[in-house]
Design a protein. Structure first.
Length: 216
């Protein structure tokens, strides 16, 4: 079996969507915080999520490596992986947000779910936590079987993570990620398949940032 590489060529509603696979160990670009030796593969979820938003808006303005360097330079690298408000504010101030196809209104972390639902219905996106310590992109909203749900583009494909799994309602075929299961000696002992695109309950979303689509 072969592990999935750095990128996933997925699609949603007939629209091509390039996703970053954070599980791939080839993401070795430094993304350090106070000399902790972090790399994109273990600390870059915020960076990858911003890139996902750009691709969702039809843009390809920079690489994850370039955005990581920008984040470190302008104060967007925090001890939780990415200080999202600081990174997004810097992107807005330096024109990079516009290049990514969105504007950021500087309103910080929010938890008003009705506002989020309306925002996503309008074709916009958001960055959020579905569980503490990990950032994903939200790119869709629906009501299914009476429940409000959002579509997550997850760089670490946590559809099978025990902290997210109970909220998952549907996975999107074509967004599969195959990754090895290793033991303490780094021996591959098996393989697992997870999904980078999945619908989950809106109620599980916390601490989100709204990204407003810029009309072409």
């Amino acid at each position: 079996m072969k592990a999935t590489g750095k990128y996933i060529d997925a699609a949603w509603m007939g629209k091509p969507l390039i996703l970053c696979n954070q599980r791939c160990r080839e993401w070795t670009h430094p993304y350090e915080y106070q000399g902790n030796g972090s790399m994109l593969c273990n600390a870059g979820c915020g960076i990858f999520s911003v890139i996902h938003a750009a691709h969702f808006f039809g843009k390809d303005p920079c690489t994850p490596e370039e955005l990581a360097d920008f984040s470190c330079k302008y104060g967007g690298r925090g001890d939780d992986g990415t200080d999202r408000p600081a990174l997004l504010a810097a992107m807005e101030a330096h024109g990079l947000a516009k290049d990514c196809g969105f504007s950021y209104h500087g309103d910080g972390l929010r938890n008003d779910l009705p506002v989020l639902a309306h925002h996503l219905e309008g074709g916009n996106a958001a960055l959020c936590n579905l569980r503490v310590g990990h950032i994903v992109t939200l790119i869709g909203y629906r009501v299914h079987d009476g429940e409000e749900q959002v579509l997550a583009a997850d760089p670490y494909s946590e559809s099978i993570d025990s902290r997210v799994l109970p909220a998952v309602r549907e996975v999107i075929p074509g967004s599969e990620v195959v990754s090895p299961i290793r033991n303490a000696d780094n021996l591959i002992c098996g393989w697992q398949t997870s999904y980078a695109l999945y619908w989950c309950a809106l109620a599980t979303v916390r601490d989100f940032n709204l990204l407003h689509k810029i009309s072409a």
